[in-house]
Design a protein around this ligand. Structure first.
Ligand SMILES: Cc1cc2nc3c(=O)[nH]c(=O)nc-3n(C[C@H](O)[C@H](O)[C@H](O)COP(=O)(O)OP(=O)(O)OC[C@H]3O[C@@H](n4cnc5c(N)ncnc54)[C@H](O)[C@@H]3O)c2cc1C
Length: 456
């Protein structure tokens, strides 16, 4: 991804409110190899914004949040003209380059306030249900698999964490089952883990296929413009003017669903930490390679520790490894960084399956997600006519699916218990300024990394 500096004479970093004219200084442009995307058949050609157009609502960002807003707005206002714009292809941002866990619940550390967790879980469950239904109704071929998730522990930190996860699940009245070292070995074919905990209720997918499918099946009153980076957002009389390299869009109202690039639009600056994480995918394993993997049935393992590695075996027999978090305050992920980290992914694979020494990765990539301090959110009307939605680091995909749908409800004046729940989540708290933030994040990251050293 390259930073694209743009002249920005009205830009004021660190503000919460967009000014009259906003010029994003960084535009997403990935040049690494997002495996989930690259193993799919070629995408249909994109349609770019050209000339001058006018819509009622423009949504910036075709990630999970933006597409969820679009699906629901399109349903609630079928006569209204709506446009979704993305700098790249739908599914090429974080939403299409993640580990593919569509979670009904995610929790690390000792059970926190169970009431709050139970409340938030309603949102994640409802986002998961939305996705489940859309995958079924639109017949989206994204390898949706109701596997649940296994938390694996290899060292003492992992052990402590999975006990805490079990405690949380128990307090929520959710079922789970333990896998001892022998059961982990026969299921996954590795002696790496001391223990595992299997919890149901969540699904595994190819996230790029999911996002492509959601984009392809947008309601008919919605136009998707891809490869159309927004380089300027101006407030004009009666609304907004959005400028891309090839066209101009006038909109009565705008939704900023640009993920970690949201602050480029002057929204939520200083309220979230952009953290990059990285993934690699092998080619389909041969039968002899697969024989190293226990039952050779697809699986998804999350690290017991917060910073532990995520490992999957996909339906088409590829191994997936995700690990390493890195604070990326200014610059997005670089190809050199991705290549450096792919060697750590290889060690993670060989630590688990030494017999796979001949297997190399076909794809390695990075992506950036937003961490907030207080598990807070960015949701609602930031200033007249300008709305924003951001998902954070806890169950981001399902949380984003729910938040996007609920933002559309909010914009349409609908009310529901779930919308009240969403509205009751605190706004992401303002973070300390840099360099204090950088130092704090570096210390926390270092500690979590050190604690999880046996879980890579
Ligand atoms: C490697 C990795 C693994 C992860 N694993 C999981 C997981 O297993 N489960 C889970 O729930 N979450 C996971 N996440 C986190 C999750 O993917 C993200 O938090 C989530 O996708 C964010 O969704 P979003 O819609 O807010 O942002 P995005 O998906 O980033 O969408 C924002 C969109 O805005 C567009 N945009 C930005 N600026 C502009 C502009 N100027 N003009 C036009 N368009 C613009 C971008 O191109 C992008 O497509 C993972 C993330 C990574 C990187």
């Amino acid at each position: 991804m390259a930073a694209v500096p743009l002249r920005s004479w009205i830009w004021r970093a660190g503000t919460d409110m967009p000014r009259q004219s906003i010029r994003p200084r960084i535009i997403p442009r990935h040049d690494d190899s997002n495996g989930w995307w690259n193993i799919l058949p070629p995408a249909a050609p994109e349609s770019r914004l050209t000339g001058e157009k006018h819509v009622e609502t423009a949504i910036i960002g075709a990630g999970i949040c933006g597409l969820a807003v679009a699906h629901q707005l399109g349903k609630l206002a079928p006569q209204s003209e709506i446009a979704v714009l993305d700098a790249e292809r739908a599914g090429f941002g974080a939403s299409g380059r993640n580990a593919g866990f569509m979670l009904n619940l995610h929790s690390h550390g000792p059970p926190k306030k169970i009431d709050i967790l139970r409340r938030n879980m309603q949102l994640w469950e409802s986002g998961l249900d939305d996705l489940r239904h859309m995958v079924r109704d639109f017949q989206i071929a994204c390898d949706w698999h109701e596997f649940g998730r296994i938390y694996g522990s290899a060292g003492s930190d992992g052990e402590k964490h999975i006990d805490e996860i079990a405690d949380t699940l128990g307090q929520l009245g959710l079922t789970y089952s333990w896998l001892d070292a022998g059961q982990m070995q026969s299921r996954l074919g590795t002696a790496f883990y001391r223990r595992g905990l299997h919890a149901g209720g969540s699904a595994l997918v190819n996230p790029a296929a999911l996002l492509r499918g959601l984009a392809r099946h947008l309601p008919v009153n919605i136009t998707l413009y891809e490869e159309s980076p927004v380089t300027r957002l101006d407030r004009v009389s009666n609304g907004f003017e959005i400028v891309t390299d090839t066209g101009t869009l006038r909109a009565d109202r705008v939704v900023v669903a640009a993920g970690v690039f949201m602050r480029q639009f002057g929204v939520a600056a200083g309220r979230y930490v952009p953290m990059a994480t990285y993934a690699s995918l092998t080619p389909p394993l041969s039968d002899s390679e697969l024989s190293h993997l226990g039952t050779a049935e697809p699986f998804g393992v999350l690290g017991g520790s917060e910073y532990g590695a995520t490992i999957r075996l996909t339906r088409d027999n590829r191994l997936f490894v995700r690990n390493v978090f890195k604070h990326v305050p200014g610059s997005p992920t670089s190809r050199t960084e991705v290549s450096r980290i792919s060697t750590l992914h290889r060690s993670a694979m060989l630590n688990r399956w030494p017999g796979l020494a001949d297997v190399t990765f076909e794809h390695s990539w990075g992506g950036i997600m937003a961490f907030t301090w207080n598990d807070g959110t960015i949701f609602g009307e930031i200033e007249p006519g300008l709305f924003a939605v951001l998902t954070n680091d806890v169950s981001p995909m399902t949380r984003g699916a729910a938040a996007g749908r609920l933002l559309a409800d909010y914009m349409s004046g609908s009310s529901s218990g779930l919308l009240s729940t969403q509205l009751s989540i605190p706004t992401a708290r303002r973070l300390p300024p840099r360099p204090f933030l950088d130092i704090g994040v570096a210390i926390r990251r270092g500690l979590l990394h050190f604690a999880a050293k046996r879980e890579f």
